[in-house]
Ligand binder design. Structure first.
Ligand code: 13P
Ligand code: SF4
Length: 305
């Protein structure tokens, strides 16, 4: 969609007291006006540096809640407050408490894609970019890890001396579950010179066929640093827009063009504009839960420096 000049001017004016943070899966129109685009880790770090009173967070609930916890004196807004990540709903806090009781000697590492009530039970949070690093940094040899069992598998593959216990046993992202080994085989046949970059939310069968396992931001970094000129992108299709824009001389092919996260796409241009103008969709975090959840988030930021 082409946004007219007058609207773009209005957006610039409205952004004078509001920073726009956007995840890599957001629609092109939002990416084009965002102040910062990144992965879950990059967005947390960006949220630590905000110097305006408002943050319009274009992503899903757990990301905006992290920004809100890191900025208690600022107003965090979302284009759509109903943008709840379905994976985050797979791990109720009760399940974390039960796992702790069952494995009292284990540390609890939770993927940032988790509801706040569960995150309040964690020792430390991680993202796809730093999960291996965080688990390695802990003294415990046993790790309760949730909710993504595929990311847990990726961590176990790189941390052989620890036992990773996935909780729940089969937590997953419905979007990344769409990728199948056949997609990789077909894409490699069609683009034999391309590097295959796969997100660790994909199944082990798909991960095993990758050249590199990357978070979304690590895919951008790989595209920048690699001498390859073609890439097969095994994550939600929204990232392709950013990659093609930043590296116009390279080519990016979606591993599967139907891998669209419906929740991320709930943030339409119209809803974005409405919130920039009206500022009503305020992200609220329950103070008692936020206080505990912030500790595990801050520990992650400290450990992944
Ligand atoms: P990253 O952008 O942190 O790799 O995460 C992907 C994702 O699924 C976020 O919901
Ligand atoms: Fe959640 Fe998957 Fe969508 Fe990310 S891509 S927000 S993990 S459903």
């Amino acid at each position: 969609m082409v946004i007219d000049e007058a609207t773009l001017k209005e957006v610039e004016e409205l952004k004078k007291d509001c920073i726009v943070l956007a995840h890599n899966y957001q629609i092109p129109e939002i990416q084009d006006v965002a102040d910062f685009i990144g992965d879950s880790l990059g967005l947390c770090r960006a949220a630590q540096r905000v110097d305006k009173p408002y943050i319009l967070f274009c992503g899903v609930d757990f990301m905006a809640e992290s920004a809100a916890m890191l900025n208690p004196d600022k107003t965090v807004l979302m284009p759509d407050l109903e943008a709840h990540c379905p994976m985050a709903a797979q791990l109720p806090a009760k399940l974390v408490r039960e796992a702790r009781e069952e494995h009292p000697d284990a540390a609890v590492v939770l993927y940032i894609n988790t509801r706040l009530e569960a995150r309040a039970e964690a020792d430390v949070i991680c993202t796809s970019a730093n999960a291996v690093k965080i688990v390695k940094a802990l003294p415990e040899k046993k790790i309760i890890f949730g909710p993504d069992a595929n990311l847990a598998w990726h961590v176990q593959r790189h941390v052989k001396d620890k036992e990773i216990i996935p909780v729940p046993a089969k937590g997953h992202c419905i979007t990344h579950l769409l990728f199948k080994p056949e997609h990789v085989e077909k894409a490699r046949e069609e683009h034999p010179d391309a590097e295959v970059l796969i997100h660790p939310e994909c199944t082990p069968e798909v991960q095993l066929l990758a050249d590199y396992i990357c978070s979304t931001e690590q895919m951008v970094k790989r595209a920048r640093e690699s001498s390859a000129t073609e890439f097969i992108i095994g994550t939600e299709v929204g990232l392709i827009y950013r990659l093609q824009k930043e590296f116009p001389d390279k080519k990016f092919y979606p591993l599967y063009e139907k891998a669209v996260c419906r929740t991320m796409k709930m943030n339409t241009w119209e809803k974005f504009l409405t919130q920039l103008r009206e500022r009503k969709n305020v992200v609220r975090v329950e103070p008692k839960i936020a206080e505990r959840a912030l500790l595990s988030l801050e520990r992650m930021l400290e450990l992944s420096k």
